[in-house]
Ligand binder design. Structure first.
Ligand SMILES: [Zn+2]
Length: 155
């Protein structure tokens, strides 16, 4: 589990407040995935789904979004090397910018949003070890997210 190191060129391609936001966002996502509560939850999912955790070799928290054909991706699982990459939940470019209210780390809602989105992406990618059908994965991810929200008393 690590936070990916982007090149200075990539960092500089964003306005400073945006790259600062993404850096803080990545730290938060990293904390989420590393927290004992979430770790326990993930372990339980792996057990219920009978997924071998040894197939997950590397988990990277990516600082900046991944944009393919003007669509942003939340996660990528490279099965050949057992590597999961988790991208930020918010996307910024010239046409669309992140709402200011969401860039405030004092906002408790932001923490909840990042926790849920990071968890969802991670669980989605883990489920790809067992399932191929995106619809099946979405249904299960929603089920586990609802369980998480209940456990964390979010809603
Ligand atoms: Zn998928």
């Amino acid at each position: 589990m690590r936070i990916a190191k982007p090149s200075k060129k990539v960092i500089d391609s964003f306005p400073k407040e945006i790259s600062d936001f993404y850096l803080s966002h990545a730290k938060k996502s990293y904390e989420v995935i590393n927290s004992s509560k979430i770790q326990k939850f993930i372990e339980e999912i792996l057990r219920i789904e009978d997924i071998d955790e040894k197939k997950i070799i590397d988990v990277r928290i990516m600082i900046f979004p991944c944009v393919v054909d003007s669509d942003s991706t939340s996660g990528i699982f490279n099965h050949d090397i057992g590597q999961i990459s988790i991208y930020p939940s918010f996307f910024h470019d010239n046409k669309k910018s992140i709402p200011k209210c969401l860039m405030n780390f004092d906002n408790p809602d932001l923490e909840v949003i990042i926790t849920i989105k990071t968890f969802q992406t991670f669980v989605h990618e883990i489920l790809h070890l067992k399932y191929k059908n995106e619809d099946d994965i979405e249904v299960l991810t929603d089920k586990y997210t609802a369980k998480l929200c209940k456990t964390m008393c979010y809603f």
